[in-house]
Design a protein around this ligand. Structure first.
Ligand SMILES: *[C@@H]1O[C@H](CO)[C@@H](O)[C@H](O)[C@H]1NC(C)=O
Ligand SMILES: *[C@@H]1O[C@H](CO)[C@@H](O)[C@H](O)[C@H]1NC(C)=O
Length: 545
Protein backbone atom coordinates (compact mmCIF):
# COMPACT_ATOMS: atom_id res chain seq x y z
CA UNK A 1 0.00 0.00 0.00
CA UNK A 2 1.31 3.37 -1.00
CA UNK A 3 0.73 5.30 2.16
CA UNK A 4 2.42 2.72 4.34
CA UNK A 5 5.69 3.51 2.63
CA UNK A 6 5.34 7.08 3.74
CA UNK A 7 5.49 6.37 7.41
CA UNK A 8 9.20 7.21 7.41
CA UNK A 9 10.55 6.12 10.73
CA UNK A 10 7.33 6.13 12.77
CA UNK A 11 6.83 2.92 14.74
CA UNK A 12 4.66 0.43 12.90
CA UNK A 13 2.38 -0.12 15.91
CA UNK A 14 0.59 3.15 15.24
CA UNK A 15 -1.30 1.63 12.33
CA UNK A 16 -3.49 -0.67 14.38
CA UNK A 17 -7.09 -1.81 14.50
CA UNK A 18 -8.07 0.61 17.26
CA UNK A 19 -7.17 3.46 14.98
CA UNK A 20 -8.99 1.94 12.00
CA UNK A 21 -12.01 1.23 14.15
CA UNK A 22 -12.30 4.91 15.09
CA UNK A 23 -11.78 5.88 11.47
CA UNK A 24 -14.57 3.49 10.51
CA UNK A 25 -17.09 4.77 13.06
CA UNK A 26 -16.50 8.45 12.42
CA UNK A 27 -15.96 7.96 8.71
CA UNK A 28 -19.33 6.28 8.44
CA UNK A 29 -20.99 9.49 9.60
CA UNK A 30 -20.46 10.84 6.10
CA UNK A 31 -23.28 8.55 5.04
CA UNK A 32 -25.73 10.79 6.91
CA UNK A 33 -25.71 13.58 4.41
CA UNK A 34 -25.02 11.22 1.55
CA UNK A 35 -28.17 9.29 2.27
CA UNK A 36 -30.22 12.42 2.27
CA UNK A 37 -28.71 13.71 -0.95
CA UNK A 38 -29.21 10.36 -2.61
CA UNK A 39 -32.70 9.78 -1.28
CA UNK A 40 -34.50 13.05 -1.52
CA UNK A 41 -34.12 13.72 -5.24
CA UNK A 42 -35.00 10.14 -6.06
CA UNK A 43 -37.87 9.98 -3.54
CA UNK A 44 -39.30 13.10 -5.06
CA UNK A 45 -39.27 11.49 -8.47
CA UNK A 46 -41.30 8.45 -7.30
CA UNK A 47 -44.91 8.52 -8.49
CA UNK A 48 -46.26 7.84 -4.99
CA UNK A 49 -44.42 10.83 -3.54
CA UNK A 50 -45.38 13.13 -6.40
CA UNK A 51 -49.05 12.23 -5.96
CA UNK A 52 -49.11 12.49 -2.15
CA UNK A 53 -47.55 15.95 -2.03
CA UNK A 54 -48.91 17.27 -5.31
CA UNK A 55 -45.51 17.95 -6.89
CA UNK A 56 -47.02 17.98 -10.35
CA UNK A 57 -50.27 19.62 -9.27
CA UNK A 58 -51.62 21.17 -12.50
CA UNK A 59 -53.07 24.13 -10.59
CA UNK A 60 -49.48 25.22 -9.76
CA UNK A 61 -47.36 27.05 -12.30
CA UNK A 62 -44.04 25.58 -13.44
CA UNK A 63 -42.25 27.97 -11.11
CA UNK A 64 -44.43 27.04 -8.14
CA UNK A 65 -43.82 23.36 -8.77
CA UNK A 66 -40.06 23.98 -8.86
CA UNK A 67 -40.46 25.99 -5.66
CA UNK A 68 -42.28 23.24 -3.84
CA UNK A 69 -39.70 20.63 -4.86
CA UNK A 70 -36.80 22.79 -3.77
CA UNK A 71 -38.59 23.65 -0.51
CA UNK A 72 -38.79 19.96 0.32
CA UNK A 73 -35.25 19.20 -0.84
CA UNK A 74 -33.53 22.09 0.83
CA UNK A 75 -35.14 21.80 4.26
CA UNK A 76 -32.34 19.47 5.41
CA UNK A 77 -29.74 21.98 4.31
CA UNK A 78 -31.55 24.68 6.21
CA UNK A 79 -31.48 22.52 9.33
CA UNK A 80 -27.85 21.69 8.67
CA UNK A 81 -26.93 25.35 8.83
CA UNK A 82 -28.13 25.33 12.42
CA UNK A 83 -26.49 21.97 13.05
CA UNK A 84 -23.10 23.14 11.84
CA UNK A 85 -23.36 26.24 14.05
CA UNK A 86 -24.33 24.23 17.09
CA UNK A 87 -21.66 21.63 16.48
CA UNK A 88 -18.75 23.60 17.81
CA UNK A 89 -20.40 24.38 21.15
CA UNK A 90 -21.39 20.77 21.55
CA UNK A 91 -18.28 19.04 20.31
CA UNK A 92 -15.95 21.17 22.42
CA UNK A 93 -18.19 20.91 25.45
CA UNK A 94 -19.13 17.23 25.64
CA UNK A 95 -16.42 15.76 23.43
CA UNK A 96 -16.30 14.15 20.03
CA UNK A 97 -17.88 10.88 21.17
CA UNK A 98 -20.89 12.23 23.04
CA UNK A 99 -21.51 14.75 20.28
CA UNK A 100 -21.75 11.79 17.92
CA UNK A 101 -24.37 10.06 20.02
CA UNK A 102 -26.37 13.24 20.49
CA UNK A 103 -26.47 13.98 16.77
CA UNK A 104 -27.59 10.44 15.94
CA UNK A 105 -30.62 10.90 18.18
CA UNK A 106 -31.58 14.25 16.64
CA UNK A 107 -31.18 12.81 13.17
CA UNK A 108 -33.43 9.81 13.86
CA UNK A 109 -36.14 11.93 15.48
CA UNK A 110 -36.24 14.16 12.41
CA UNK A 111 -36.44 11.28 9.95
CA UNK A 112 -39.20 9.63 12.00
CA UNK A 113 -41.31 12.78 11.75
CA UNK A 114 -40.61 13.03 8.01
CA UNK A 115 -41.68 9.44 7.44
CA UNK A 116 -44.75 9.98 9.61
CA UNK A 117 -46.03 12.30 6.91
CA UNK A 118 -46.65 9.24 4.74
CA UNK A 119 -49.73 8.48 6.81
CA UNK A 120 -51.45 11.85 6.38
CA UNK A 121 -49.67 13.63 3.53
CA UNK A 122 -48.83 16.56 5.81
CA UNK A 123 -46.35 18.83 4.08
CA UNK A 124 -45.74 20.53 7.44
CA UNK A 125 -44.42 17.27 8.85
CA UNK A 126 -42.15 16.91 5.84
CA UNK A 127 -40.68 20.34 6.43
CA UNK A 128 -40.39 20.00 10.22
CA UNK A 129 -38.99 16.46 10.13
CA UNK A 130 -36.45 17.28 7.48
CA UNK A 131 -35.40 20.43 9.30
CA UNK A 132 -34.78 18.53 12.54
CA UNK A 133 -32.95 15.76 10.70
CA UNK A 134 -30.79 18.50 9.21
CA UNK A 135 -29.88 19.74 12.70
CA UNK A 136 -28.34 16.32 13.34
CA UNK A 137 -26.88 15.74 9.90
CA UNK A 138 -25.23 19.17 9.79
CA UNK A 139 -23.25 18.37 12.93
CA UNK A 140 -21.62 15.34 11.34
CA UNK A 141 -19.64 17.58 9.00
CA UNK A 142 -17.89 19.23 11.94
CA UNK A 143 -17.69 16.42 14.49
CA UNK A 144 -16.39 13.67 12.22
CA UNK A 145 -13.63 15.44 10.25
CA UNK A 146 -12.40 17.06 13.46
CA UNK A 147 -12.12 13.72 15.21
CA UNK A 148 -10.58 11.98 12.21
CA UNK A 149 -7.88 14.59 11.76
CA UNK A 150 -7.16 14.59 15.47
CA UNK A 151 -6.63 10.87 15.95
CA UNK A 152 -4.72 10.09 12.75
CA UNK A 153 -0.97 9.90 12.46
CA UNK A 154 0.05 12.70 10.11
CA UNK A 155 0.70 10.58 7.03
CA UNK A 156 -2.76 8.96 7.07
CA UNK A 157 -4.72 12.09 7.96
CA UNK A 158 -5.86 12.67 4.40
CA UNK A 159 -6.96 9.06 4.13
CA UNK A 160 -8.90 9.22 7.41
CA UNK A 161 -10.80 12.38 6.59
CA UNK A 162 -11.48 11.04 3.11
CA UNK A 163 -13.22 8.08 4.70
CA UNK A 164 -15.81 10.64 5.73
CA UNK A 165 -16.13 12.22 2.29
CA UNK A 166 -16.10 8.76 0.74
CA UNK A 167 -18.97 7.64 2.96
CA UNK A 168 -20.99 10.53 1.66
CA UNK A 169 -20.97 8.57 -1.58
CA UNK A 170 -21.63 5.29 0.13
CA UNK A 171 -24.81 6.96 1.38
CA UNK A 172 -25.64 8.50 -1.96
CA UNK A 173 -25.10 5.22 -3.76
CA UNK A 174 -27.18 3.17 -1.34
CA UNK A 175 -29.87 5.83 -1.46
CA UNK A 176 -29.99 5.76 -5.25
CA UNK A 177 -30.11 1.97 -5.38
CA UNK A 178 -32.78 1.70 -2.71
CA UNK A 179 -34.95 4.18 -4.60
CA UNK A 180 -34.37 2.49 -7.90
CA UNK A 181 -35.18 -0.93 -6.43
CA UNK A 182 -38.35 0.29 -4.73
CA UNK A 183 -39.39 2.12 -7.86
CA UNK A 184 -39.36 -1.21 -9.70
CA UNK A 185 -40.69 -3.53 -7.02
CA UNK A 186 -43.22 -1.46 -5.10
CA UNK A 187 -46.32 -0.15 -6.79
CA UNK A 188 -46.80 3.53 -7.56
CA UNK A 189 -49.85 3.61 -5.32
CA UNK A 190 -48.03 2.61 -2.13
CA UNK A 191 -46.23 5.13 0.07
CA UNK A 192 -43.82 2.32 0.92
CA UNK A 193 -42.17 3.13 -2.39
CA UNK A 194 -40.39 6.08 -0.78
CA UNK A 195 -40.71 5.21 2.93
CA UNK A 196 -38.72 1.97 2.65
CA UNK A 197 -35.62 3.53 1.07
CA UNK A 198 -35.68 6.30 3.69
CA UNK A 199 -35.41 3.75 6.49
CA UNK A 200 -31.72 3.58 5.59
CA UNK A 201 -31.27 6.74 7.65
CA UNK A 202 -32.43 4.95 10.75
CA UNK A 203 -30.23 1.90 10.18
CA UNK A 204 -27.13 4.04 9.77
CA UNK A 205 -27.85 6.20 12.80
CA UNK A 206 -28.31 3.08 14.90
CA UNK A 207 -25.03 1.53 13.70
CA UNK A 208 -23.05 4.71 14.37
CA UNK A 209 -24.66 5.21 17.78
CA UNK A 210 -23.91 1.67 18.89
CA UNK A 211 -20.36 1.43 17.53
CA UNK A 212 -19.37 4.79 19.05
CA UNK A 213 -19.32 3.19 22.49
CA UNK A 214 -16.19 1.24 21.60
CA UNK A 215 -14.25 4.11 20.01
CA UNK A 216 -11.51 6.05 21.79
CA UNK A 217 -12.03 9.73 22.61
CA UNK A 218 -9.77 12.21 20.82
CA UNK A 219 -6.65 12.77 22.97
CA UNK A 220 -6.34 16.28 21.58
CA UNK A 221 -9.75 17.20 22.95
CA UNK A 222 -8.86 15.66 26.31
CA UNK A 223 -5.72 17.82 26.44
CA UNK A 224 -7.77 20.86 25.53
CA UNK A 225 -10.11 20.39 28.47
CA UNK A 226 -7.16 19.73 30.76
CA UNK A 227 -7.53 15.99 31.31
CA UNK A 228 -3.89 15.23 30.69
CA UNK A 229 -3.80 11.80 32.34
CA UNK A 230 -6.71 10.55 30.30
CA UNK A 231 -5.28 12.11 27.17
CA UNK A 232 -2.01 10.26 27.48
CA UNK A 233 -3.56 6.93 28.36
CA UNK A 234 -6.06 7.24 25.53
CA UNK A 235 -3.33 8.27 23.11
CA UNK A 236 -1.25 5.33 24.15
CA UNK A 237 -4.16 2.99 23.49
CA UNK A 238 -4.81 4.62 20.15
CA UNK A 239 -1.17 4.33 19.07
CA UNK A 240 -0.80 0.87 20.59
CA UNK A 241 2.40 2.01 22.31
CA UNK A 242 3.33 2.41 25.97
CA UNK A 243 2.65 5.85 27.45
CA UNK A 244 6.35 6.60 27.86
CA UNK A 245 7.29 5.70 24.28
CA UNK A 246 9.01 8.59 22.53
CA UNK A 247 6.36 8.71 19.79
CA UNK A 248 3.48 9.15 22.23
CA UNK A 249 5.48 11.61 24.34
CA UNK A 250 6.50 13.71 21.38
CA UNK A 251 2.93 13.88 20.13
CA UNK A 252 1.73 15.01 23.55
CA UNK A 253 4.48 17.57 23.69
CA UNK A 254 3.52 18.97 20.33
CA UNK A 255 -0.11 19.24 21.37
CA UNK A 256 0.71 20.92 24.65
CA UNK A 257 3.15 23.27 23.08
CA UNK A 258 0.63 24.40 20.51
CA UNK A 259 -1.94 24.91 23.22
CA UNK A 260 0.54 27.01 25.21
CA UNK A 261 1.29 29.11 22.18
CA UNK A 262 -2.42 29.60 21.60
CA UNK A 263 -3.02 30.55 25.21
CA UNK A 264 -0.56 33.39 24.81
CA UNK A 265 -2.67 34.80 22.02
CA UNK A 266 -5.90 34.16 23.85
CA UNK A 267 -8.70 36.67 23.95
CA UNK A 268 -10.57 34.97 26.77
CA UNK A 269 -12.21 31.62 27.19
CA UNK A 270 -15.71 32.73 26.22
CA UNK A 271 -16.74 31.90 22.69
CA UNK A 272 -16.69 35.54 21.65
CA UNK A 273 -13.02 35.55 22.68
CA UNK A 274 -12.38 32.57 20.46
CA UNK A 275 -14.17 34.34 17.66
CA UNK A 276 -11.99 37.42 18.15
CA UNK A 277 -8.91 35.23 18.04
CA UNK A 278 -10.06 33.95 14.70
CA UNK A 279 -9.91 37.39 13.11
CA UNK A 280 -7.18 39.05 15.15
CA UNK A 281 -4.06 37.66 13.48
CA UNK A 282 -3.27 37.62 9.80
CA UNK A 283 -2.46 33.90 10.00
CA UNK A 284 -5.94 33.16 11.30
CA UNK A 285 -7.59 35.45 8.79
CA UNK A 286 -5.79 33.55 6.04
CA UNK A 287 -7.11 30.30 7.47
CA UNK A 288 -10.62 31.68 7.54
CA UNK A 289 -10.27 32.86 3.96
CA UNK A 290 -9.26 29.33 2.91
CA UNK A 291 -12.28 27.86 4.67
CA UNK A 292 -14.74 30.31 3.21
CA UNK A 293 -13.44 30.42 -0.34
CA UNK A 294 -13.16 26.66 -0.60
CA UNK A 295 -16.83 26.41 0.35
CA UNK A 296 -17.97 29.10 -2.07
CA UNK A 297 -15.99 27.81 -5.02
CA UNK A 298 -16.79 24.18 -4.31
CA UNK A 299 -20.50 24.67 -3.80
CA UNK A 300 -20.98 26.73 -6.95
CA UNK A 301 -18.94 24.40 -9.13
CA UNK A 302 -22.19 22.63 -9.96
CA UNK A 303 -21.29 19.21 -8.66
CA UNK A 304 -23.69 19.30 -5.76
CA UNK A 305 -26.61 20.25 -7.87
CA UNK A 306 -25.80 17.30 -10.12
CA UNK A 307 -25.82 15.02 -7.08
CA UNK A 308 -29.13 16.27 -5.78
CA UNK A 309 -30.93 16.66 -9.06
CA UNK A 310 -29.23 13.76 -10.86
CA UNK A 311 -32.47 12.33 -12.26
CA UNK A 312 -33.26 15.71 -13.79
CA UNK A 313 -29.84 15.96 -15.32
CA UNK A 314 -30.15 12.59 -16.96
CA UNK A 315 -33.54 13.58 -18.26
CA UNK A 316 -32.00 16.74 -19.63
CA UNK A 317 -29.55 14.74 -21.75
CA UNK A 318 -32.18 12.33 -22.97
CA UNK A 319 -32.84 9.61 -20.36
CA UNK A 320 -36.52 10.14 -19.82
CA UNK A 321 -38.17 6.98 -18.39
CA UNK A 322 -38.56 6.85 -14.58
CA UNK A 323 -36.67 3.58 -14.12
CA UNK A 324 -34.18 4.48 -16.80
CA UNK A 325 -33.12 7.69 -15.18
CA UNK A 326 -33.07 6.23 -11.68
CA UNK A 327 -30.80 3.48 -13.00
CA UNK A 328 -28.43 5.98 -14.65
CA UNK A 329 -28.49 7.84 -11.35
CA UNK A 330 -27.62 4.70 -9.41
CA UNK A 331 -24.63 4.01 -11.66
CA UNK A 332 -23.62 7.61 -11.08
CA UNK A 333 -23.54 6.85 -7.37
CA UNK A 334 -21.21 3.88 -7.95
CA UNK A 335 -18.85 5.98 -10.06
CA UNK A 336 -18.56 8.59 -7.35
CA UNK A 337 -18.17 6.09 -4.55
CA UNK A 338 -15.39 4.21 -6.34
CA UNK A 339 -13.59 7.40 -7.29
CA UNK A 340 -13.81 8.68 -3.73
CA UNK A 341 -12.24 5.43 -2.50
CA UNK A 342 -9.45 5.62 -5.06
CA UNK A 343 -8.72 9.18 -4.04
CA UNK A 344 -8.70 8.38 -0.35
CA UNK A 345 -6.40 5.38 -0.71
CA UNK A 346 -3.98 6.53 -3.37
CA UNK A 347 -4.13 10.23 -4.02
CA UNK A 348 -4.76 12.58 -1.18
CA UNK A 349 -1.75 11.70 0.98
CA UNK A 350 0.40 10.42 -1.83
CA UNK A 351 0.21 13.01 -4.59
CA UNK A 352 -0.97 15.66 -2.15
CA UNK A 353 -4.03 17.83 -1.59
CA UNK A 354 -3.17 20.49 -4.07
CA UNK A 355 -2.51 18.31 -7.08
CA UNK A 356 -5.61 16.17 -6.43
CA UNK A 357 -7.76 19.24 -6.17
CA UNK A 358 -6.40 20.89 -9.29
CA UNK A 359 -6.79 17.72 -11.33
CA UNK A 360 -10.32 17.24 -10.03
CA UNK A 361 -11.34 20.81 -10.84
CA UNK A 362 -9.91 20.49 -14.35
CA UNK A 363 -12.04 17.40 -15.00
CA UNK A 364 -15.12 19.20 -13.70
CA UNK A 365 -14.37 22.17 -15.92
CA UNK A 366 -14.07 20.02 -19.04
CA UNK A 367 -17.33 18.21 -18.38
CA UNK A 368 -19.32 21.34 -17.49
CA UNK A 369 -18.11 23.08 -20.60
CA UNK A 370 -19.02 20.10 -22.77
CA UNK A 371 -22.52 20.02 -21.30
CA UNK A 372 -22.93 23.75 -21.81
CA UNK A 373 -21.95 23.50 -25.46
CA UNK A 374 -23.96 20.32 -26.03
CA UNK A 375 -27.12 21.74 -24.51
CA UNK A 376 -26.67 24.98 -26.38
CA UNK A 377 -26.25 23.42 -29.80
CA UNK A 378 -28.39 20.33 -29.51
CA UNK A 379 -32.04 20.77 -28.70
CA UNK A 380 -33.03 17.34 -30.01
CA UNK A 381 -32.93 15.58 -26.62
CA UNK A 382 -36.58 16.34 -25.92
CA UNK A 383 -37.73 13.96 -28.67
CA UNK A 384 -35.30 11.06 -28.97
CA UNK A 385 -37.14 9.56 -31.96
CA UNK A 386 -35.95 12.35 -34.24
CA UNK A 387 -32.31 12.20 -33.12
CA UNK A 388 -29.67 11.59 -35.76
CA UNK A 389 -26.83 9.19 -35.10
CA UNK A 390 -24.31 11.90 -34.28
CA UNK A 391 -26.80 13.64 -32.02
CA UNK A 392 -27.24 10.34 -30.19
CA UNK A 393 -23.54 9.96 -29.65
CA UNK A 394 -23.25 13.55 -28.51
CA UNK A 395 -25.97 12.80 -25.95
CA UNK A 396 -24.10 9.68 -24.82
CA UNK A 397 -21.03 11.87 -24.52
CA UNK A 398 -22.98 14.18 -22.24
CA UNK A 399 -23.87 11.26 -19.98
CA UNK A 400 -20.20 10.28 -19.83
CA UNK A 401 -19.45 13.89 -18.92
CA UNK A 402 -21.89 13.77 -16.01
CA UNK A 403 -19.96 10.76 -14.75
CA UNK A 404 -16.64 12.48 -15.35
CA UNK A 405 -17.72 15.54 -13.40
CA UNK A 406 -18.64 13.25 -10.52
CA UNK A 407 -15.19 11.71 -10.64
CA UNK A 408 -13.57 15.15 -10.68
CA UNK A 409 -15.61 16.31 -7.73
CA UNK A 410 -14.83 13.23 -5.69
CA UNK A 411 -11.16 13.68 -6.40
CA UNK A 412 -10.98 17.37 -5.56
CA UNK A 413 -13.47 19.61 -3.82
CA UNK A 414 -15.40 16.88 -2.10
CA UNK A 415 -12.47 15.81 0.05
CA UNK A 416 -10.79 19.18 0.38
CA UNK A 417 -13.88 20.92 1.71
CA UNK A 418 -13.71 18.81 4.89
CA UNK A 419 -10.01 18.11 5.07
CA UNK A 420 -8.93 21.71 4.90
CA UNK A 421 -10.95 22.79 7.94
CA UNK A 422 -9.88 19.84 10.01
CA UNK A 423 -6.17 20.45 9.47
CA UNK A 424 -5.45 24.15 9.09
CA UNK A 425 -6.68 25.39 12.47
CA UNK A 426 -4.81 25.18 15.77
CA UNK A 427 -6.46 23.11 18.49
CA UNK A 428 -8.46 25.82 20.22
CA UNK A 429 -9.88 27.11 16.96
CA UNK A 430 -10.42 23.80 15.18
CA UNK A 431 -14.03 23.24 16.13
CA UNK A 432 -15.16 26.81 15.62
CA UNK A 433 -13.26 27.10 12.33
CA UNK A 434 -14.93 23.92 11.10
CA UNK A 435 -18.31 25.14 12.30
CA UNK A 436 -18.06 28.43 10.46
CA UNK A 437 -16.89 26.74 7.28
CA UNK A 438 -19.68 24.21 7.40
CA UNK A 439 -22.30 26.84 8.15
CA UNK A 440 -21.22 28.63 5.01
CA UNK A 441 -21.19 25.31 3.24
CA UNK A 442 -24.83 24.65 4.03
CA UNK A 443 -25.96 28.22 3.44
CA UNK A 444 -24.51 27.89 -0.04
CA UNK A 445 -25.85 24.45 -0.60
CA UNK A 446 -29.25 25.67 0.48
CA UNK A 447 -29.00 28.63 -1.86
CA UNK A 448 -27.74 26.32 -4.54
CA UNK A 449 -30.53 23.80 -4.32
CA UNK A 450 -33.11 26.59 -4.19
CA UNK A 451 -31.53 28.37 -7.13
CA UNK A 452 -30.77 25.54 -9.53
CA UNK A 453 -34.35 24.65 -10.54
CA UNK A 454 -35.03 28.34 -11.20
CA UNK A 455 -31.69 28.80 -12.98
CA UNK A 456 -32.68 26.00 -15.33
CA UNK A 457 -35.78 27.98 -16.20
CA UNK A 458 -34.25 31.47 -16.23
CA UNK A 459 -30.79 30.87 -17.73
CA UNK A 460 -31.70 27.72 -19.66
CA UNK A 461 -29.80 24.53 -19.00
CA UNK A 462 -26.86 25.55 -21.15
CA UNK A 463 -26.45 28.92 -19.44
CA UNK A 464 -26.47 27.25 -16.04
CA UNK A 465 -23.72 24.88 -17.15
CA UNK A 466 -21.68 27.74 -18.53
CA UNK A 467 -21.98 29.52 -15.21
CA UNK A 468 -20.73 26.43 -13.38
CA UNK A 469 -17.80 26.01 -15.74
CA UNK A 470 -16.71 29.59 -15.11
CA UNK A 471 -16.79 29.01 -11.37
CA UNK A 472 -14.61 25.91 -11.73
CA UNK A 473 -12.09 27.96 -13.68
CA UNK A 474 -11.87 30.55 -10.90
CA UNK A 475 -11.51 27.69 -8.43
CA UNK A 476 -8.53 26.38 -10.35
CA UNK A 477 -6.70 29.70 -10.20
CA UNK A 478 -7.55 30.11 -6.53
CA UNK A 479 -6.25 26.66 -5.60
CA UNK A 480 -3.01 27.24 -7.46
CA UNK A 481 -2.29 30.53 -5.75
CA UNK A 482 -3.73 30.20 -2.26
CA UNK A 483 -3.95 26.57 -1.21
CA UNK A 484 -0.91 25.31 0.73
CA UNK A 485 0.12 21.67 0.48
CA UNK A 486 -0.21 20.09 3.93
CA UNK A 487 0.16 16.38 3.20
CA UNK A 488 2.49 14.65 5.65
CA UNK A 489 2.75 17.54 8.10
CA UNK A 490 1.77 17.10 11.73
CA UNK A 491 -1.26 19.17 12.78
CA UNK A 492 0.97 21.18 15.09
CA UNK A 493 3.68 21.92 12.55
CA UNK A 494 1.11 23.38 10.15
CA UNK A 495 1.21 26.56 12.23
CA UNK A 496 4.53 27.50 10.66
CA UNK A 497 3.05 27.58 7.16
CA UNK A 498 0.59 30.29 8.15
CA UNK A 499 3.31 32.47 9.63
CA UNK A 500 4.66 33.11 6.12
CA UNK A 501 3.68 36.21 4.09
CA UNK A 502 0.27 35.66 2.49
CA UNK A 503 1.47 35.63 -1.09
CA UNK A 504 3.85 32.75 -0.38
CA UNK A 505 1.65 30.42 1.70
CA UNK A 506 -0.10 28.80 -1.20
CA UNK A 507 2.73 28.39 -3.63
CA UNK A 508 5.77 27.96 -1.39
CA UNK A 509 4.35 27.04 2.03
CA UNK A 510 5.43 23.45 2.02
CA UNK A 511 8.99 23.91 0.79
CA UNK A 512 9.70 26.86 3.03
CA UNK A 513 8.63 25.11 6.21
CA UNK A 514 10.20 21.72 5.57
CA UNK A 515 12.80 22.31 8.26
CA UNK A 516 10.15 23.11 10.87
CA UNK A 517 8.50 19.80 11.59
CA UNK A 518 6.96 18.88 14.91
CA UNK A 519 9.13 19.07 17.99
CA UNK A 520 11.10 15.93 17.20
CA UNK A 521 10.41 15.40 13.51
CA UNK A 522 13.91 16.38 12.56
CA UNK A 523 15.96 14.02 14.61
CA UNK A 524 17.24 10.90 12.93
CA UNK A 525 17.47 7.74 15.01
CA UNK A 526 15.17 6.54 17.77
CA UNK A 527 17.84 7.21 20.34
CA UNK A 528 18.23 10.79 19.14
CA UNK A 529 14.46 11.21 19.34
CA UNK A 530 14.29 9.94 22.88
CA UNK A 531 17.05 12.38 23.82
CA UNK A 532 15.29 15.19 22.04
CA UNK A 533 12.07 14.47 23.92
CA UNK A 534 13.95 14.46 27.22
CA UNK A 535 15.66 17.73 26.36
CA UNK A 536 12.40 19.39 25.48
CA UNK A 537 10.76 18.07 28.63
CA UNK A 538 13.57 19.51 30.71
CA UNK A 539 13.38 22.87 29.03
CA UNK A 540 9.63 23.14 29.41
CA UNK A 541 9.85 22.03 33.06
CA UNK A 542 12.38 24.80 33.67
CA UNK A 543 10.21 27.30 31.88
CA UNK A 544 7.23 26.41 34.04
CA UNK A 545 9.30 26.55 37.26
C1 LIG B 1 -41.49 27.62 -0.52
O1 LIG B 1 -40.95 28.34 0.55
C2 LIG B 1 -41.06 29.75 0.43
C3 LIG B 1 -40.40 30.36 1.64
O2 LIG B 1 -39.12 29.90 1.79
C4 LIG B 1 -42.52 30.15 0.35
O3 LIG B 1 -42.62 31.54 0.17
C5 LIG B 1 -43.17 29.41 -0.79
O4 LIG B 1 -44.56 29.70 -0.79
C6 LIG B 1 -42.97 27.94 -0.69
N1 LIG B 1 -43.49 27.34 -1.89
C7 LIG B 1 -44.38 26.36 -1.87
C8 LIG B 1 -44.91 25.93 -3.19
O5 LIG B 1 -44.74 25.83 -0.84
C1 LIG C 1 -10.21 7.79 27.74
O1 LIG C 1 -10.99 8.96 27.82
C2 LIG C 1 -12.25 8.80 28.43
C3 LIG C 1 -12.94 10.11 28.41
O2 LIG C 1 -13.59 10.27 27.24
C4 LIG C 1 -12.11 8.29 29.86
O3 LIG C 1 -13.39 8.09 30.42
C5 LIG C 1 -11.33 7.01 29.84
O4 LIG C 1 -11.09 6.61 31.15
C6 LIG C 1 -10.02 7.19 29.11
N1 LIG C 1 -9.35 5.91 28.99
C7 LIG C 1 -8.24 5.65 29.59
C8 LIG C 1 -7.66 4.29 29.37
O5 LIG C 1 -7.69 6.47 30.30
Amino acid sequence: MLWLKRQDDSPKEILNWKLWYGVFVFGLMGAARGLDEGLIGTSASQKSFINLFGLKDPSLSENQQADLLSNITSMVQLGSIGGALLAFFITDKIGRLWATRELCIVWVVGIAIFLGSASNGSIGMVYAGRFIAGLGIGQTTVVAPTYLAEVSPKFTRGLAVCMFSGSVYLGIMLGYFASWGCSIHISNSSEMQWVVPNLLHIYFAAIIFATSFFAIESPRWLVKIGKHEKASSNLSRLRNLPVDHWYVQSELLDINEQLDREREATQGAHWTGVLKELVSSSANRYRLMLSIMSQLLGQWSGANSITIYAPEYFEMVGQSGQNEKLFATAIFGVVKFVSALICALFLIDFVGRKRSLMTGITLQFISMLYMAIFLFIDTSVDNPETQTKSQKSAATGAIVMIYLSGFGWAMGWNSIQYLINSEIYPLRLRAIGGSIAMTIHFVNQYGNSKAVPSMFIGMEHSGTMLFFSLVTLIGLAWAWFFLPELAGKSLESIDAVFELPWYLIGRKGKEMTLAMGGAVDNFGTDKEKVEAVEDIQEVSAERKA
